[in-house]
Ligand binder design. Structure first.
Ligand code: 4NP
Length: 171
């Protein structure tokens, strides 16, 4: 069976996109849909290649009962064909990704701002917390969590997945 392939992208691939990846993997596991998905994250830069997630990202995930194993990698051209949904954390990431594309017509249908799925958004960007405080990482967690709930609802509305009504609690 074909999987739905989802890639979360930020600048360094150590703060925001690993948080989003951990949240999404956890929700998909709780929905018993792990085998229907391929999930990963990447950075537009090569600043932190092969690094573990920032300890503040790991801590905020752990605080919410989520563990994640990931080594930072850079976004590559093959990701345009491999992933059905490429979810950028902010406008800069979005533009950096689209600037790499040599088939903008095709790729613009798969690259989105993650926060465009956040029903309670005040902004479309998920701000970079790298130079911030632990509270900024908690805020990134909350925004990613809301956005991912919206994304899962979108997949369900598009009939790409089927969530039983008694399973909404998993979100
Ligand atoms: P991220 O955060 O894009 O959410 O992983 C950053 C991590 C590192 C840097 C910038 C942003 N940096 O400049 O090294």
């Amino acid at each position: 069976m074909k999987t739905i392939n989802v890639l979360f992208v930020c600048l360094g691939n150590i703060c925001r996109s690993p948080i989003a990846q951990g949240i999404f993997e956890n929700k998909i596991r709780n929905l018993n849909l792990t085998s229907s998905f391929e999930i990963d994250s990447a950075g537009t830069s090569a600043f932190h290649l092969n690094s573990d997630p920032d300890p503040r990202s790991t801590n905020v995930l752990n605080k919410h009962g989520i563990t994640l194993k990931h080594k930072a990698r850079q976004f590559i051209m093959e990701d345009f064909t491999r992933y059905n949904y490429i979810l950028a954390m902010d406008h800069l990431n979005y533009e950096d990704i689209m600037n790499l594309s040599n088939n903008k017509n095709h790729d613009s249908k798969r690259v989105f701002l993650l926060r465009s799925f956040d029903n309670n958004k005040t902004d479309f960007n998920i701000l970079d917390p790298y130079y911030g405080l632990d509270t900024d990482f908690e805020e990134v967690y909350q925004i990613c969590n809301q956005s991912i709930d919206g994304f899962i609802t979108f997949l369900n509305n598009e009939k790409l997945i089927h969530i039983h009504s008694n399973n909404n609690m998993a979100l």
